[in-house]
Design a protein. Structure first.
Length: 262
């Protein structure tokens, strides 16, 4: 169902350029009302800071593989996002992950031998460029208030991402993550639709945890996050039904032929 991004560039990003007061002195940022890059993206990285808000709208799962990351599931099938239309505009109330709201900006290392992060942007985005409308990225040769706000948002995101990585590491150390499977039965199909390829919290192991371990994850704030994830899984069927109503549901396989009677 979902796997961690494995490309050189993170999902959505086609290229990255460091913001420069020389090269981009006349650049502006303009508001866009659609995110075409979201149309075919069914799973988006999520930080633990967003779990409580996100769990009201989307199932929260963990990607498969060793470097597991939390994901907001915006569709159950590859290439399907039920929250946006074909132009990338929101269909209605939804939670938009910070990962999406950050685009086309991000902090990145310019040199592999340095830990310093620089504010970069995707030059293929229609939101940033040398056009007259919008808000200037620089004023009097210095970062404008908008650019300073973008930098703060990206810094906060990196800090949240670090907290999220630590959260997942602790889950793995306690062996609380397991391979997930969701089976959805519909009245019009004999066989259920089964979704795999993701990870989830093992509720049985959670219930069997020692008292000292349970006290630890309660005191360090992990327990509410775990339950936000578990509660959110109830939305799987709603996402499935929305896919079907939008004509994007999975194709049912024909029932196996029954043997002829003698």
């Amino acid at each position: 169902m979902a796997s961690a991004p494995a490309n050189n560039l993170p999902i959505f990003y086609n290229d990255l350029l460091p913001l420069s007061s020389v090269d981009h002195i006349d650049f502006h940022s303009r508001t866009v009302d659609a995110a075409p890059f979201l149309v075919s993206q069914h799973a988006v990285p999520l930080t633990i800071d967003e779990f409580v808000s996100a769990q009201r709208f989307v199932p929260i799962i963990f990607s498969s593989g060793a470097d597991s990351v939390p994901l907001a599931l915006m569709g159950l099938n590859e290439g399907v996002n039920v929250f946006v239309d074909d132009e990338g505009k929101l269909r209605g109330p939804a939670y938009v992950p910070a990962y999406v709201r950050r685009y086309p900006w991000m902090l990145a290392k310019l040199r592999p031998d340095s830990e310093e992060l620089s504010l970069c942007f995707d030059p293929t985005s229609s939101a940033i460029g040398a056009f007259e409308e919008g808000t200037a990225l620089f004023q009097d040769g210095k970062p404008s208030e908008l650019t300073q706000g973008v930098l703060k948002f990206c810094e906060d995101f990196e800090q949240a991402a670090a907290r999220t990585s630590q959260f997942v590491r602790e889950l793995q150390e306690m062996d609380l993550l397991m391979d997930g499977e969701v089976s959805i039965q519909t009245p019009v199909n004999e066989q259920p639709f089964v979704y795999r390829g993701f990870r989830m919290i093992n509720e049985e192991k959670l219930r069997d945890m020692r008292g000292d371990q349970l006290r630890k994850i309660n005191q360090n704030g992990m327990l509410p996050l775990i339950y936000a994830h578990l509660f959110s899984l109830q939305l799987m069927r709603e996402i499935f039904e929305t896919q079907v109503s939008q004509g994007k549901g999975p194709i049912a396989l024909p029932a196996a032929p029954q043997p002829a009677e003698a």
